[in-house]
Write a protein that binds this ligand. Structure first.
Ligand code: ADP
Ligand code: ADP
Length: 218
């Protein structure tokens, strides 16, 4: 089974905006894909549906073989915590917490026992190249390093899917390239990765592009 399958998905928001229209998308295990399109084309809406943060107005969304409309909110939260990692443009790190604590906090709902969280967080930080930044707090880190902490947090629980929404949007080009290299490495090690971007150069550097416009995959 594919890790992600959207079939005939339409999403309308209260107020009447239809953000997605009849979208089909199938993503296999181990893919690395770019969802690319201009602002307002429906990329974030699609990521929210794939991330199980929202439900479609019509059509079906399957994640890991589960029809998300058929799961209770509780089971949907469990699926999200264990199987999906999120990375955002603005990092979303807790300001007063060091790198280990930020990553460890991300494991709270994944089923990893408390006694193991700091050790797993440390392993994830070493994996993203931050073994010498474990006790640094976000304000002591560069933008690229902050995003690496966020990536470590997203993958520490070994999710099936990593969803990255404009992960290089707040970084200079060198730091952005470093983060993209990191996402490629994680994908090569087996994680399915979806990157949202409006940057055609970044999209073109990935093996598969899903171009969007006006709520449709084109
Ligand atoms: P993108 O990520 O490509 O910029 P979005 O999915 O954010 O696109 O937005 C698609 C359309 O849906 C836009 O017209 C946007 O204004 C609208 N939209 C997005 N989120 C909401 C929301 N929560 N409520 C109402 N309209 C929304
Ligand atoms: P139960 O826990 O008894 O199965 P739920 O209230 O969790 O019942 O869900 C009943 C049905 O409503 C399910 O099919 C579920 O997919 C759907 N459902 C639950 N919450 C939402 C929601 N926020 N939006 C759309 N459908 C929902």
């Amino acid at each position: 089974t594919p890790v992600i399958a959207l079939a005939g998905v339409t999403k309308s928001y209260p107020g009447g905006v239809t953000a997605l229209r009849d979208v089909d998308l199938t993503v296999g295990h181990g893919e690395l894909i770019a969802i690319v399109g201009p602002s307002g084309s429906g990329k974030s809406t699609m990521l929210n549906l794939i991330g199980t943060l929202d439900r479609p107005s019509s059509g079906t969304v399957h994640i890991d073989g589960h029809d998300i409309a058929r799961l209770t909110d509780r089971r949907l939260s469990a699926l999200r915590a264990r199987r999906i990692g999120f990375v955002f443009q603005s990092f979303h790190l807790a300001p007063g917490r060091d790198a280990i604590a930020n990553v460890s906090d991300g494991l709270l709902y994944t089923g990893v026992p408390k006694k193991d969280r700091d050790r797993i967080a440390e392993t994830a930080l070493v994996r993203v190249g931050l073994g010498d930044r474990l006790r640094h707090r976000p304000h002591q880190l560069s933008g690229g390093e902050r995003q690496r902490v966020a990536v470590a947090r997203a993958v520490a629980g070994d999710p099936a899917v990593l969803l990255a929404d404009e992960p290089t949007g707040n970084l200079d080009s060198a730091a952005g390239a470093g983060v993209m290299d990191l996402l490629r490495e994680l994908n090569a090690a087996g994680t399915t990765v979806l990157v949202i971007t409006h940057d055609h150069e970044i999209a073109g550097s990935l093996p598969r592009q899903v171009p969007m416009r006006d709520g449709r995959v084109i």
